[in-house]
Design a protein around this ligand. Structure first.
Ligand code: FMN
Ligand SMILES: CCCCCCC(=O)C(=O)O
Length: 347
């Protein structure tokens, strides 16, 4: 398998149909889900020539973490629905690739076990932890402490989910819960029972200020699309933004992330890094996002397709293909590093 589309086809054959739909689906009519990929298709590259870049260097640093390429793994729930090795397999592949895995709060493997898996293949792996701030701040604080003890290097606070998106495929399939043998392991409380993740529309910048006081880890906000929110985030002292519409799974008809990106880049003015996710499937997509102002991109579903198709090897292959494609596209655009990609390369 060479392309992410081929990995998706293989994953679809292996997965329970309701689980495939949970991974693949979006909210409402899935307009935003389609718009994310379509936005890359609508743009063309305008390459430069004779630039003398014989060897490319793909490495970047985001919020203090080194990445061997400007592609990280966005948080996705329930990896053990995709493959029995679940998040451990993902962590091993991502650590071996030298990039960041953002572990979902809704992981089906405990953060300590994910960290151990990553450390078995890389001395100093970069794991970040994604957090839904829970209305019970004491419990949220205990989850943060646990992630810190496990050695995560940053927290990614998802802010686009005051309520859960309307996923019509899941309603149709009656998919509302994990099978009984799986659990959201990072939601266990002191007594060992697993709490439900609560989405809360009560959350405000005050809660973020509380979190800022609670941890010294770098904080990134995930799910920012409006430039005014980007400015407020900078003022609140966050260390980075993930330009995301949750892969089209929350507000249907929300703007595609690539369309939102230039205004957000202008709003933050390079003061903090921007990671874009949503619809990134090719090296050319990565180049377009970087040229339009992202410092890195995140991939969600492609990792699940690799995992479902072939476990750790599948995730490794997906990352390797994107790396190859990115390097090749940089060469064809006349660029030697991600930092050389500028907006004039995109129409
Ligand atoms: C099956 C699935 C589960 C997800 N789970 C989470 C999650 O637990 N936390 C979160 O912040 N985002 C979650 N996301 C959103 C991803 O982090 C990311 O924003 C999105 O998948 C990017 O789009 P892409 O799948 O087109 O690459 C999930 C996405 C998918 C497809
Ligand atoms: C009840 C568990 C909530 C998991 C949320 C996962 C997620 O964000 C998604 O998009 O799905």
């Amino acid at each position: 398998m060479r392309t992410i589309a081929e990995f998706e086809a293989a994953a679809r054959e292996r997965l329970e149909p309701a689980h495939y739909d949970f991974f693949a689906g979006g909210a409402g009519d899935e307009r935003t889900l389609r718009a994310n990929e379509a936005a890359f298709g609508r743009r063309s590259l305008v390459p430069r020539v004779l630039r003398g870049n014989g060897k490319r260097d793909l490495a970047v640093e985001i919020a203090g973490s080194p990445l061997s390429m400007p592609v990280l793994v966005s948080p996705t729930a329930f990896h053990r629905l995709a493959h029995p090795d679940g998040e451990r397999a993902t962590a091993e592949a991502v650590a071996a690739a030298g990039t960041v895995m953002v572990v979902s709060m809704a992981a089906t493997t405990a953060i300590e076990d994910i960290a151990a898996a990553a450390r078995a293949v890389a001395a100093d792996p970069s794991l970040w932890f994604q957090l839904y701030l829970q209305p019970d701040l004491e419990f949220t604080g205990s989850v943060v402490r646990r992630a810190e003890r496990a050695g995560v290097r940053a927290l990614v606070v998802t802010v686009d989910s005051p309520v859960f998106g309307q996923r019509e495929r899941d309603h149709r399939n009656g998919f509302h819960d994990l099978p009984p043998e799986l659990a959201v392991e990072n939601m266990r409380d002191g007594s060992g029972s697993v709490r439900d993740i609560e989405m809360s529309a009560e959350l405000s910048w005050d809660h973020l200020a509380w979190l800022r006081e609670t941890t010294s880890l770098p904080l990134l906000l995930k799910g920012i699309l409006h430039p005014e929110d980007a400015r407020l985030a900078v003022a609140a002292g966050v260390d980075g933004l993930v330009v995301s519409n949750h892969g089209g799974r929350q507000l249907d008809t929300a703007v595609s992330t690539l369309d939102a990106l230039p205004e957000l880049a202008a709003a933050v003015g390079g003061v903090i890094p921007l990671v874009l996710d949503g619809g990134v499937r090719r090296g050319t997509d990565v180049v377009k996002a970087l040229a339009l102002g992202a410092n890195a991109v995140g991939i969600g579903r492609p990792v699940l397709w690799g995992l479902a198709a072939a476990g750790r090897e599948g995730v490794a292959e997906v990352l390797a293909r994107l790396r190859e494609e990115l390097d090749h596209t940089l060469a064809l655009c006349g660029a030697g590093t991600p930092g050389e990609l500028t907006a004039d390369l995109v129409r």
